[in-house]
Design a protein around this ligand. Structure first.
Ligand SMILES: Nc1ncnc2c1ncn2[C@@H]1O[C@H](COP(=O)(O)OP(=O)(O)OP(=O)(O)O)[C@@H](O)[C@H]1O
Ligand SMILES: [Mg+2]
Length: 367
């Protein structure tokens, strides 16, 4: 059977709290079985949008469909959806198995069936042998698995997860990313995962919606968001990028020619939404790792800029540099990979350096 690409469908959904536009005209289609992330800074409306999907919050306008059914005004308990909350919300007076079984017991299933489904869920989240432990006799990561199992045991069509890893320490968080992704692939349930951590979203999601101020500004795969951000704000939020003010001076052979001040003139692919017009103010964005640092001037014709090395840090697998350029307020950030220990050169700070880059490494963004 063909999987629906609009399995979860939001149309023009808005939610205002007084004058705050928490969610502002959001439309999204999420495919069946997709691992979908909502990513954005604190306060951008991620939790509100998730709560609208779960039926815990009523939108002021717009519609919510899941698997073709209009759920816009259905209450939470009538939706084929479960939510994993940030604070786990597992019951302290129940042991692991009782916590996982909770939703099924409320549904009035037989003891034997509940027991079998709990066994299954315990195995899915790898909690075998811990079923009789009290909720305070397990670790944070294990508690998070209990919360997951409790949501999965209901076999929802969609699982909503609100920053489920944020309370875990860094190592466990990174390990759980891999596990959660593997678990989602195994059960095949559509996951909608909220996070403000871009690395988390990039590493787990099939696609990501980037939100700012209640609006979805770009929906794309992790690689496209990184390589082809649609705007300066998205580019700055996903990884880091150097920005240079520029103005459009012309077009040639499908490329746009811009004058980027200290960087000089260069030709670049136009943004996908359409070519900017002559005279338009634009931004040239170059990620730190697209720049190459050298001590000698490059051959004629290459994109290059002369600067002064103001900081050099050895970070093990990579080096990071700051380079100041005459006429620019902000230093330029440069990163290079150390693929062997011998790659590291002892750069002397204060010296003259040259930065070069491939034309494809620079991106034209609307200012
Ligand atoms: N019940 C409420 N009453 C009033 N304002 C609210 C309410 N819930 C959320 N807001 C406001 O709506 C905006 C979006 O909040 P929301 O919780 O959705 O953000 P978020 O993206 O989940 O942020 P975080 O990453 O910090 O969890 C914020 O400005 C918040 O203060
Ligand atoms: Mg939130």
């Amino acid at each position: 059977m063909e999987k629906r690409s609009d399995f979860v469908s939001l149309r023009d959904v808005s939610k205002h709290f007084g004058t705050v536009r928490a969610v502002d005209g959001v439309s999204l289609d999420i495919a069946q079985g997709e691992f979908f992330a909502l990513l954005g800074p604190s306060g951008c409306g991620k939790t509100t949008l998730l709560r609208i999907l779960g039926g815990f919050e009523a939108s002021n306008s717009g519609s919510v469909h899941i698997d073709g059914a209009d759920l816009t005004i259905e209450p939470a308990n009538q939706r084929p959806v479960n939510m994993v909350f940030q604070n786990y919300a597992i019951f302290p007076h129940m042991n692991v198995r009782q916590n996982i079984a909770y939703g099924l017991r409320k549904d009035g299933l037989s003891k034997a069936e509940i027991s079998q489904r709990v066994d299954e869920a315990v195995a899915t989240v790898k909690l075998e042998g811990l079923g009789d432990r009290g909720s305070h006799e397990i670790s944070g990561g294990q508690r998070q698995r209990v919360a997951l199992a409790r949501a999965l045991i209901k076999h929802p069509k969609v699982l909503l997860l609100d920053e489920p890893l944020s309370a875990l320490d860094k190592n466990l968080r990174e390990q759980m990313r891999v596990e959660l992704r593997a678990l989602q692939q195994k059960v095949g349930i559509t996951f909608i995962f909220v996070t403000h951590d871009q690395e988390e979203a990039l590493s787990m999601a099939d696609r990501i919606a980037v939100m700012f101020e209640g609006e979805v500004r770009q929906v794309d795969t992790p690689a496209r968001l990184y390589e082809a951000p649609a705007s300066r704000e998205v580019a700055a939020f996903i990884g880091s990028m150097n920005f240079f003010d520029a103005s459009v001076v012309g077009a040639e052979g499908g490329k746009i020619i811009v004058d980027a001040g200290p960087l000089g003139k260069m030709s670049m692919a136009p943004p996908e939404e359409g070519a900017p017009v002559k005279g338009e103010a634009v931004t040239v964005g170059i990620r730190p790792e697209k720049l190459t640092l050298g001590e000698a001037p490059p051959s004629a014709g290459a994109n290059a800029i002369k600067g002064k090395l103001t900081a050099a840090s050895y970070l093990g697998e990579r080096n990071h540099f700051f380079v100041t350029v005459d006429g620019m307020d902000e230093p330029i950030s440069v990163a290079s990979q150390n693929s062997s220990p011998m790659d590291h050169k002892g750069w002397s700070e204060g010296g003259e350096v040259w930065l070069t880059w491939e034309p494809a490494g620079a991106r034209l963004l609307r200012a």
